[in-house]
Ligand binder design. Sequence first.
Ligand SMILES: Nc1ncnc2c1ncn2[C@@H]1O[C@H](COP(=O)(O)OP(=O)(O)OP(=O)(O)O)[C@@H](O)[C@H]1O
Length: 269
Amino acid sequence: MIEFERVSKNFGGVLAVDDFSAVIPSHRAVVLVGSSGCGKTTLLRMVNRMTSPTSGRVLIDGDDVQRMDAVKLRRSIGYVLQHGGLMPHRTVVDNVATVPILNGRPKRAARAAALELLERVGLDASFGNRYPVQLSGGQQQRVGVARALAADPNILLMDEPFGAVDPIVRLELQHELLRLQGELGKTIVFVTHDVDEAFRIGDEVIVLREGARIAQRGVPAELLAHPADEFTRDFIGAGRADRRLSLREIDGRTIAVDGAGAPVGVVEP
Ligand SMILES: Nc1ncnc2c1ncn2[C@@H]1O[C@H](COP(=O)(O)OP(=O)(O)OP(=O)(O)O)[C@@H](O)[C@H]1O
């Protein structure tokens, strides 16, 4: 469990985070969604101490992260960034195996586990010998996820991890993450500015305004059905005609269509 206890962060006069409190329950995926600059990344980086709060505390299972050894803490938490953050001069398998080796795992075992992890995130083990530059953006992101999982962390921090790939690959990666999460049950904090992504990934979604002020928190269906105010309604597009679905019968099947009449799916009988 991760607890943000009244945290604020002031960057030389810019109040990036203003008195944010939230509990992220264990084994759940919670998405922080909000416009650019609202403080999402700052919140995420407080968990692994890449940033320290100006005031307030972040606790992991009851322990204040500021009192933990920063290096140990970072190695015990998976972190996935928008551009993969892979080391360009190391092969894929070495990128994935690095943290377990630093944690003391024998090289051979760490590399064997890395190859298994690659397959787990949907990459053939033969990718292991390539360098990051020899992979597509989507493949690099998969390696980024494998690397974050390599030390078997309880917590996975994901900062716009699929933001730099095209929409089709993005959807694939989202589904892959959901499948993995179904198997692994990590505590995930996922940052995005994309509402559709937030609703797909999040068991719960926290909509943020500037200064990381919470506009609303809830499960996706709740947010869509009952946006708390105009801000949330506008942000999630609940008032947008294209989110108002209706059902049509076509040749004996029921099709959901959006407000503009475009088909979005088939309703199972
Ligand atoms: N190291 C820093 N020094 C000064 N200001 C910073 C620093 N890091 C972030 N900020 C400011 O804090 C605010 C919040 O930034 P943050 O990166 O947390 O937002 P974000 O919601 O993640 O944005 P984006 O979606 O664009 O990445 C912004 O106004 C940003 O300019």
